[in-house]
Design a binder for this molecule. Structure first.
Ligand code: AMP
Ligand code: ZN
Length: 471
């Protein structure tokens, strides 16, 4: 039985989907005004592991929705600064997200709606009209607000009393006229130079919170959905307000489980532009690390614990991943026939320990520990020639199961098949180095060699010319 920590109840609860055998899950996706950073990807990797565990440990099917927030204050300001149409501006970051997510082995989900898709804007307008009909809204200067005083349960996720609610970082703090500072905007009246839509609630644009409520219910069907996920910073006000809107509109509980990933810190600090520690995946790979090492690092800590990113930690993740791959490579060279009962038992125990760890609120660090126990046993068995092809077949199946959930070994294998940087760039560097040598500019030739080594490419010179291999 899988158990998950539910932010709503502040405890672990046994999980199973409510209806048939499909988990209906919603994840708040990226706000597409910049390339996602490794903090965002900590959340998305942990959600990916959740998704995989639900399928491969829980045995369920998934209907998983992850949106793109492609209209809000940041995207609008970004597009204005870039002199681009909003849609065109956000397209580039959606493409970048898809690229980075694929490089990190994050599975594609069933639906990736954009807030500005026509059908979604219409769903938002419908929800707002329903909230109006239920007496939860008021209008002021052409904008529509949610009056939280009309919903007695408001604050149940964040566990706030009404008086204690402060204007948080992402509370809409601009100068719309609200009756009460704690109320939040559902639909913002058109302002000059901003994109505007007219879907039956007056010309304007959606507030951030309504986007997720409307997209979740439009795509996942009736309330309650099974799981709603995101980073810990979204608990308040975003998720609290999503609950208010969805429950205010439908009169039904919105989501049964709320699952939140703790933040990633960098060198013990919050990522921020001023500290220059907002790393993207490309910042990581340009230092010679591969996405699989980052994925490994991200899943090595339990998702509800803060994780401190350092390059030393990333190097250790790389080394652990190599130990794992080395073991699999060694295993593949076994040619002897036969099976060994003790080894088969260790393998079965490891699988059980792994599944128990993942079922225990997605304890990936314990899962990895179980896997590495098996790695040690297998290495010893290989050293002592106590392993046969039948063992290898069983072991490969079990490591395959681990990887279905962790998604890190197959990722490394796929990377191994790719040059670390585009082949054309490598060839150009080889040419440039030869040219420098012919000109007897050996320091330049060395610089090129070292530069490529730093990017993961080693040159091997021979009488036939220069070939490259992965560092
Ligand atoms: P945003 O694009 O700001 O809406 O964020 C996308 C997702 O990344 C949300 O689920 C956030 O909670 C999450 N997130 C933002 N910063 C971090 C961080 N430092 N660590 C982990 N998750 C984060
Ligand atoms: Zn959301």
């Amino acid at each position: 039985m899988m158990r998950l920590y539910n932010t709503l109840t502040r405890q672990q609860e046994p999980f199973a989907p409510l209806r048939d055998d499909t988990v209906r899950m919603y994840t708040c996706g990226l706000t597409v005004y910049a390339r996602g950073h490794i903090g965002n990807f900590r959340t998305f990797v942990s959600v990916d592991v959740l998704r995989r565990a639900l399928k491969d440990v829980g045995g369920w099917k998934m209907h998983h929705v992850m949106n793109f927030t492609d209209v809000d204050d940041k995207t609008i300001i970004g597009a204005q600064k870039a002199g681009m149409e909003l849609r065109q501006y956000t397209d580039q970051y959606i493409d970048a997200f898809r690229e980075d997510a694929a490089r990190l082995g994050i599975e594609s989900v069933e639906d990736t709606p954009r807030a500005t898709d026509e059908a979604n804007l219409e769903a938002m307008a419908r929800m707002i009209r329903q909230l109006e009909a239920n007496g939860h809204t008021y209008e002021s200067d052409g904008s529509i607000y949610f009056r939280i005083a009309t919903l007695p349960g408001y604050g149940k996720l964040a566990r706030l009393n009404h008086e204690g609610i402060q204007a948080g970082a992402r509370v809409d703090a601009d100068n719309y006229t609200k009756e009460d500072a704690r109320d939040f905007v559902l639909w913002k009246a058109t302002r000059p130079g901003e994109p505007t839509w007219n879907c039956g609630v007056g010309p304007g644009r959606p507030g951030w919170h309504i986007e997720c409520s409307a997209m979740a219910l439009r795509l996942l069907g009736e309330s309650p959905i099974d799981i709603h996920t995101g980073g810990i910073d979204l608990v308040f006000p975003h998720h609290e307000n999503e609950i208010a809107q969805s429950e205010g509109a439908t009169g039904q509980p919105f989501s049964r489980f709320w699952i939140h990933t703790e933040h990633l810190l960098v060198d013990d600090q919050k990522m921020s532009k001023s500290l220059g520690n907002v790393y993207t995946l490309s910042d990581i790979t340009s230092r010679g690390f591969r996405p699989s090492a980052l994925r490994y690092l991200l899943l090595s800590a339990h998702y509800r614990k803060q994780l401190n990113f350092t390059f030393t930690g990333l190097q250790q993740a790389e080394e652990a991943l190599r130990r794992l791959i080395d073991c699999l490579d060694r295993m593949a060279t076994v040619t002897r026939a036969g099976a060994h009962a003790a080894l088969q038992q260790s393998a079965a125990d490891a699988r059980q320990a792994f599944d128990e760890a993942l079922s225990d609120d997605l304890n990936t660090s314990a899962g990895l520990a179980a896997m590495f126990d098996l790695v040690r046993v297998v290495n010893t068995a290989i050293d002592q020639a106590q392993i046969g092809r039948d063992d290898v077949a069983a072991l490969e199946k079990i490591f395959g199961h681990f990887d279905d959930v962790l998604g890190v070994m197959s990722l490394r294998r796929a990377e191994d098949r790719e040059p670390p940087i585009p082949e054309a760039e490598i060839q150009a560097a080889i040419e440039a180095r030869h040219a420098a040598r012919r000109a007897r500019n050996f320091s330049e030739a060395d610089r090129i060699r070292e530069d490529m080594a730093a990017r993961g490419v080693l040159f091997e010179d021979s009488a036939q010319g220069t070939r490259w291999k992965r560092k």
